[in-house]
Design a binder for this molecule. Sequence first.
Ligand SMILES: [Zn+2]
Length: 143
Amino acid sequence: MSQEAGRSTGERPLQQSLLRGALLKCPACGVGSLFTRYLKVADNCAHCGEALHHHRADDAPAYFTIVIVGHVIVSLVLAVEMAYHPPLWVHAAIWLPMTILVALAALAPIKGLLVSLQWALLMHGFDPNHEEEIGDRLAPPTA
Ligand SMILES: [Zn+2]
């Protein structure tokens, strides 16, 4: 057997993987769900069994969400202010809830995209030749 259980060694087309991840689907098959809950990545794909627990998302999804949503919302705030000059309470009533909703809606697709990127580029444990790790340290050799 040329591949370890749950570790695909086949083709990993980047664009297809990113699209599948952004759609919250397994980057390997595009059928199984990437998440078990809102932001909890499944350990393995329920459809194809691909190991997905190797991802290292950390704060990157939140960072990219803040950058993207911030640019969109701030642009809209400035455009509305320039065009209509609404009072501050109108800005607060519109933009605070919209910022929260857009950020919550964007967070899962951005995390899916980042996990799929790691999968497609064989980063971390997604590389079949990657050594097993315990936490952030290499596992001690077994004699
Ligand atoms: Zn799958």
